[in-house]
Design a protein around this ligand. Structure first.
Ligand code: FES
Ligand code: FES
Length: 167
């Protein structure tokens, strides 16, 4: 099949690429756009390290042909921070030592960001379910869950803070 021109909104900016039918969104992000935050772990949809937001919802980019996302909005970890100003979720991961090797962290943060954007008052169970598709081999998950709950608390306490802007 021939290559296709795909136009998408990537981290707030309209971008275009020429893609083969077999090109995944993950490959396009990393190899065409140079965005290396989404990681290639299993490349089979099982680890969540490639998670991005597709039209605001977490999606494993390794399973999505990029030719199917034309007209969509894609947000990656690179689009979250405002310069040096981290989002509340990112800052909470730092504060609670929720990162060790860091391989899972971008995907975890994208899943957590989507959760807090749709549910500002999550329970521990809500957080566990939101990150259930994100595998971490390092942290034991406890610091990650603590970080997400902490970010939610900060967001509720300071709803007008710039750091709560999320996406
Ligand atoms: S690399 Fe996409 S789910 Fe593992
Ligand atoms: S911090 Fe290493 S895999 Fe999660």
């Amino acid at each position: 099949m021939p290559s296709t021109i795909v136009t998408l909104t990537l981290n707030g900016t309209e971008r275009e690429l020429i893609a083969r039918p077999s090109t995944t969104l993950l490959n396009a992000l990393r190899e065409t756009f140079g965005l290396m935050g989404a990681k290639r772990g299993c490349a089979q949809g099982g680890c969540g390290s490639c998670t991005v937001l597709l039209d605001g919802r977490p999606a494993v980019s390794c399973l999505i042909p990029v030719v199917t996302v034309g007209g969509s909005t894609v947000d990656t970890i690179e689009g979250l921070a405002d310069g040096d100003r981290l989002t509340d979720v990112q800052q909470a991961f730092v504060d609670h030592f929720a990162t060790q090797c860091g391989f899972c962290t971008p995907g975890m943060i994208m899943s957590a960001t989507a959760l807090l954007d749709r549910n500002p008052d999550p329970t521990r169970q809500d957080v566990t379910e939101a990150i259930c598709g994100n595998v971490c081999r390092c942290t034991g998950y406890e610091p990650i869950i603590t970080a997400v709950l902490s970010a939610a608390e900060r967001r509720r306490d300071a709803p007008q803070s710039p750091a709560t802007a999320g996406l």
